[in-house]
Design a protein around this ligand. Structure first.
Ligand code: PLP
Length: 396
C-alpha cells in the first residue's frame, strides 16, 4: 500500500505508541487522585503540557488545554470567546475553512450573529483587503485557518493578526493550525494569535486527542462542563495515554521539521512536476509559492475524480478527492469553488498528501502509473472535443 492521504490522518509513529503503552498497562491511575501511584499519571500530563507549550512556543503551560480533537478545539475556542463577550455580534471567517469552523459559523448565523466570509483568489490566497474592511468595533472574533487542508495553501497569519489588532485590538483571533503541525514551525507569540488549535492524528499521534492554546489575556467559557480538569476549561478525566502520545509526536515533529522542508517537499515537487509534464490535462489547484511541503492538489480536466481514486485504489494507492469529510458525497469542494477553479477541473481534482514515511520508491511508482490511468479515463470522457481543444492549446 502507498499512503498519500496524510492530510486526512497519519500513521501512528511506532515511537509514539511505545511512549503510550505504559499508560494503558501499568500507569492507569486517574491523575487527579492523591496517592503516590496517581502522581506518576499526573506528572506525565504535566510534562506533556510542557512539551505542547514548547510546540506552540506559548509563554505558559496554563495556556494549553487538552481536548479530544481539532473539531472540539475549534468549537471550544469559538463558542468560548463568544460566550465571554455576548454584547458583540459580528464574527469573521474565510470561505475555505474546515467544516468544524464553517458549520459552526453557519449555526451561529442562525443564532443571530452577523457573519462575514472572506474570499480567496484563484491561487487560494486570502483577500486581506476584504478582511481589513470588514473588521469594526462590533467584531468579536476572526477565525482563519493556518493552512488549507485541501490545497495546502498557507495563510499569512502574522500579517492577518496585525491587520486585526490594528483595526480593533479587542477582536480575538483564532487560528485552526491542524494542517500545519509537524509541517512548518508554529509560534503563537511571534504570530500574535489569541487561540490556536491542533489535532494529534495529523502528526502521527492517534485519533481522539487535540489541544487548544488560549493566551492568558483571552477568557473563554468551557464547552464541556463538569469537573475541574484543564483549569475548569474542559471537564473530563484526562486521557493520559493519548496526551503522552501527542506530546511524543510533538517532540518528534519538532525534530523532523527540516526533513519536511527538504525531503518531503522534494518528493511532493517531484510527483507534481512529473504529473504536470506527462499529463496534458493536469493543473495544480493553488499558487505554488506558499504551501505546506507535503500537499499537492491536482485537477485533471474533464474526468471524474472518484474514478481516478478507484483506479489508484486498485493499485494500492490511497489519495483523496478533497477533504475526507466531503469525499463520499458528490458535493464539489467548497474550497476549489471559492478559488473559482473551473467546474470541469473541480470534479477531477485529487489531493496527494505525503508524510515523513513516504519513500522515493513510492513516489516513483505513482509517477509511473498516473499517466496511463489518466489516459484511460480521458479516452472514455464524454468531453472529447473539449479535451482535443485543450491539447491543441497546450501544444501551442
Ligand atoms: N481543521 C482542519 C484544517 C482539518 O483538516 C481537520 C481535519 O481534517 C480538522 C480541523 C478537524 O480535526 P479533527 O479530525 O481532529 O476533529
Amino acid at each position: 500500500m502507498i499512503y498519500l492521504d496524510n492530510n486526512a490522518t497519519t500513521k501512528v509513529d511506532p515511537k509514539v505508541l511505545e511512549a503510550m503503552l505504559p499508560y494503558f498497562k501499568d500507569e492507569y491511575a486517574n491523575p487527579s487522585s492523591v496517592y503516590e501511584f496517581a502522581k506518576r499519571s499526573n506528572h506525565a500530563v504535566r510534562d506533556a503540557r510542557g512539551v505542547i507549550k514548547d510546540f506552540f512556543n506559548a509563554e505558559n503551560e496554563k495556556e494549553i488545554i487538552f481536548t479530544s480533537c481539532g473539531s472540539e478545539s475549534a468549537n471550544t475556542a469559538i463558542r468560548g470567546v463568544l460566550n465571554m463577550n455576548k454584547s458583540k455580534r459580528h464574527i469573521i471567517t474565510s470561505k475555505v475553512e474546515h467544516p468544524c469552523v464553517l458549520n459552526l459559523y453557519s449555526a451561529l448565523e442562525k443564532e443571530g450573529y452577523k457573519v462575514d466570509y472572506i474570499g480567496v483568489n484563484s491561487n487560494g490566497e486570502l483577500d486581506l483587503a476584504q478582511l481589513e474592511s470588514c473588521i469594526d468595533s462590533d467584531t468579536a472574533l476572526v477565525s482563519i485557518m493556518y493552512a488549507n487542508n485541501e490545497t495546502g495553501v498557507i495563510f499569512p497569519i502574522e500579517k492577518i493578526s496585525q491587520i486585526i489588532k490594528s483595526k480593533n485590538p479587542e477582536t480575538k483571533f483564532f487560528v485552526d493550525a491542524v494542517q500545519v503541525t509537524g509541517k512548518i514551525p508554529i509560534d503563537v507569540q511571534a504570530t500574535g494569535v489569541d487561540l490556536m488549535s491542533i489535532s494529534g492524528h495529523k502528526f502521527h499521534a492517534p485519533k481522539g486527542i487535540g489541544a487548544l492554546y488560549v493566551n492568558s489575556k483571552t477568557l473563554i467559557t468551557p464547552l464541556i462542563i463538569g469537573g475541574h480538569q484543564e483549569r475548569g476549561k474542559r471537564a473530563g478525566t484526562e486521557n493520559v495515554p493519548y496526551i503522552v502520545g501527542m506530546a511524543k509526536a510533538a517532540e518528534l515533529a519538532m525534530d523532523n521539521l527540516k526533513h519536511e522542508a527538504t525531503e518531503v517537499k522534494r518528493l511532493r515537487d517531484k510527483l507534481e512536476a512529473n504529473i504536470l509534464k506527462n499529463v496534458f490535462n493536469a493543473r495544480v489547484n493553488a499558487g505554488i509559492m506558499s504551501r505546506v511541503p507535503n500537499t499537492t492538489n491536482i485537477g485533471f480536466e474533464y474526468i471524474e475524480g472518484e474514478l481516478i481514486l478507484l483506479h489508484l485504489s486498485d493499485l494500492g494507492i490511497c489519495a483523496s478527492s478533497g477533504s475526507a469529510c466531503t469525499s463520499g458525497s458528490l458535493e464539489p469542494s467548497h474550497v476549489l469553488r471559492a478559488m473559482n477553479v473551473p467546474f470541469t477541473a473541480i470534479h477531477g481534482s485529487i489531493r496527494f498528501s505525503l508524510s515523513k514515511f513516504t519513500t522515493e520508491k513510492e513516489i516513483d511508482y505513482v509517477c509511473e502509473k498516473m499517466p496511463s490511468i489518466i489516459e484511460k479515463l480521458t479516452n472514455i470522457s464524454p468531453f472529447q472535443e473539449e479535451l482535443q481543444a485543450l491539447k491543441a492549446r497546450n501544444r501551442n
